[in-house]
Structures are given as structure tokens and as C-alpha cells.
Design a binder for this molecule. Structure first.
Ligand SMILES: [Mg+2]
Length: 242
């Protein structure tokens, strides 16, 4: 590679991925509830923000920021306990399965992240009964995975794979606008569910974009860094997001 971007990230120094997820979900509390309010009960942002905030409290109690797999396990527990309805178990399982795949590895590279992503999505599909096209978070997850895999098959860099994943997730989220809800509360609305985004698909996009962006920043910092890939780069992420 001609630039200094690394191919892998130190797992121990990547807990900031979860810190950034918390920031993003809390910042989008109102937006997610507004999206949910169009065809649901309007509580998605409140619920997600509550669960992610509880994870923030767990991380604060630890004192030192844990490794990425440990931080993801904390997030999973907080979501399982803190969010009612279907989203707690769905996202809780997503992050738990990612955590399990990543644990016991010192370095995160594009192949390991792929395995974690696939495992997390499989967990969501095992728990939920949604398929692609049902207007759920699966419509974000599936194209995100497909885009990541396509980049991986081309032997693109980790950074390029993450960029592809974000683009796939965004396209998938936007695809839910024209879909008719077939599972969950919104399915009772029938054709009236067409024309608005699915709230779970939106939160899922925010999650995948945040993960992809933070990992990209960590790659730019280099896997051999002194673990000082924290506050400054997180701040940069927030500024970029505007
Ligand atoms: Mg709701």
C-alpha cells in the first residue's frame, strides 16, 4: 500500500467503536423516534438511546475503556436488559455474537470483521422472523454484508470493505421506504406502511456507519499505535458528521 493506512487494528485499543456508537445513537434519539412515529409507536429513539446510555454507564464504571469484544459484550447486556420489545434481543444478539467472534483475537483485520458481521447478522435472523424485503433492519444488514463481501472478494483493503459496507447499508435503509411492512406492528397498516423508512433499518444504518467510520479512523491511526486513538479522533468523527 502506498499510504500509511494499516490493514489491522489492535483489539485492545478499539473499544472506542462502542463509545462512538453510544454517542451516535443518543444524538439521533429524536430522529429515530420521528421515523418510528410515522408507522410505529414512536419510541424507537427513546428505547435505543436508553439502552445505549446504560452501556455508557457500564463503561464509565469500568474506569478504563475495555477491548472491543468486551465493550461489545457490555453493549449487548445493556441492550438485552434495557430495551423492551423486539429490538433489545435483536441488537443484543447482534453485538453478542460479534463479541464472541472477536474475543481471543489480538488484531482485527478485514476477514475477522467479516466473520463477526456474518455471525451477528445470523443471530438477528435466528431470533427475528424477518426476511429481506419485509421492511426491517434485515433490509439494511443484508445489503451491507453483501457489499462488504463483494469488496472482500476483490481483495480490497479493510478500509474499502468498510466503505462498501456503509454504502450497502445506506442503500438498504433507503430501500425500506418503498417496501410494505410484513412483520411487526407496522404490518397491520398494510399499504399505508409504504412511503416511509423503517426505524430499525435507520438505526441499523447509523450503527453500521458509525462502526465503519470509527474502524476506518483506527486504521488510519495504525495498528501499531500506542493505543492513543481516542478522544481526538472521536471528536473528528462528530465534526465530520456535522
Ligand atoms: Mg416502536
Amino acid at each position: 500500500m502506498s499510504d500509511s493506512v494499516a490493514d489491522s487494528i489492535e483489539m485492545a485499543a478499539a473499544g472506542s467503536v462502542v463509545v462512538e456508537l453510544i454517542t451516535v445513537i443518543k444524538a439521533n434519539r429524536q430522529y429515530l423516534s420521528e421515523v418510528d412515529g410515522a408507522i410505529g409507536d414512536g419510541d424507537h429513539g427513546i428505547n435505543m438511546s436508553k439502552g445505549f446510555s446504560q452501556c455508557g454507564e457500564r463503561l464509565a464504571q469500568r474506569g478504563e475503556l475495555p477491548s472491543l469484544p468486551d465493550a461489545l459484550a457490555d453493549l449487548s447486556e445493556a441492550l438485552m436488559e434495557g430495551i423492551g420489545g423486539s429490538m433489545g434481543p435483536l441488537y443484543g444478539s447482534f453485538f453478542l455474537d460479534m463479541s464472541e467472534v472477536l474475543s481471543k483475537h489480538a488484531l482485527l483485520d478485514k476477514h475477522l470483521f467479516h466473520r463477526a458481521l456474518v455471525s451477528g447478522i445470523d443471530a438477528v435472523q435466528t431470533i427475528g422472523d424477518a426476511k429481506v424485503g419485509d421492511k426491517t433492519l434485515i433490509d439494511t444488514l443484508d445489503p451491507a454484508r453483501a457489499a462488504y463481501e463483494k469488496a472482500l472478494d476483490h481483495d480490497d483493503s479493510f478500509r474499502a470493505c468498510l466503505s462498501a459496507m456503509i454504502a450497502g447499508a445506506e442503500a438498504g435503509m433507503n430501500s425500506t421506504r418503498e417496501l410494505r411492512a410484513r412483520v411487526g406492528r407496522a404490518s397491520r397498516l398494510g399499504d399505508r406502511s409504504i412511503g416511509v423508512l423503517d426505524a430499525g433499518a435507520c438505526s441499523c444504518f447509523l450503527i453500521l456507519r458509525s462502526m465503519g467510520e470509527t474502524l476506518t479512523l483506527l486504521l488510519a491511526g495504525g495498528a501499531g499505535g500506542a493505543g492513543g486513538t481516542g478522544a481526538g479522533e472521536r471528536q473528528q468523527t462528530e465534526e465530520q458528521r456535522g
